[in-house]
Design a protein around this ligand. Sequence first.
Ligand code: FAD
Length: 317
Amino acid sequence: MKVIEHLEKANDTIISFEIIPPKRGGDLNQLLSVLDVLAKYNPPFIDITSHAAEVIYEETNSGDFRVKVKRKRPGTLGICALIQHKYNIDAVPHVICNGFTKEETEDFLIELHYLGISNLLAIKGDNSAFQKPVSFGRSINRYAVDLVQQIDNMNKGIYLEEELLDASPTRFSVGIAGYPEKHFEAPNLLTDLKYTKQKIDAGADYIVTQMFYDNQKYFEYVKTAREIGIDAPIIPGIKILTSKKQLTSVPRNFYIDLPEDLIEEVMAADDKHTVDIGVEWAYKQVTELLDNGVPALHFYVMQRSAPIKKLMKKLGY
Ligand code: FAD
């Protein structure tokens, strides 16, 4: 079923999760044990992130620079197939622009379509991705809106090859990313939201937000989005803080602020208690979001199930 259909049919707030594939050469069993835990909460859908190869540039003896692939996380497609066909949960693969040509993306979308996957989150992807040189008429999706347009075309049976006149249409429901504290490259929130509206107008069905730790930022974001004509559901993204290190790594990686009260609590405690502080903070956030009738709650679980188990228990699941 499509995510947008789950949202439309739900009588209550939906719970969904997001996981990340293991690093290249990593152990899938660990991720499967996380999925075993998540499946017990009957989420209608689970997101799986996608990652282009990350690169560093090495200086050669001759003073030139060569690209060296630093990190890869393959496996999104296989994990999607497992989620959908082993756990009977709708899989939402993330599809990214950076690091892929439009032609490669089209092939990936065809694979997903054959697997019976009808949901996607269409995003630009992290900036560290290795961008292949584009040649021989090949092209790239520069912004997520270009990718949404490509998917919308395929949903209408329009593929990249012009001679494919009788191509069968795909039937993807498309989610996109939103940023209550604005995307780090955007000059301001309103400009960022105007680009977000372009993605909705191009065929996206719903928005999942970047994590935030201050609900007011989400409420204000939704209000401004509605004011500029974005009617699509806006699903709040929640991540439980689990270590002191994240006081710096979360703002650095996700360009968000942490509230003073949360910082003070974590700083004053032994690091082994951070996860309990994080769970308590997330519990308060979630309770308020539920009271405000959010359409769904999207938990960034990544690869650890213990913190989400604690939170779900507190929430009565
Ligand atoms: P875009 O919508 O393309 O926007 C990027 C920037 O360009 C913004 O500042 C926007 O305001 C601006 N912009 C947009 N359109 C235009 C335009 N037409 N002209 C000029 N400026 C424009 N990264 C991964 O690598 N893999 C993942 O699986 C992944 N999952 C994510 C899931 C969620 C829910 C979120 C919130 C983020 C995720 N990311 C992931 C991170 C994401 O790829 C980055 O935040 C990326 O920098 C922006 O992605 P976007 O789709 O929002 O980009």
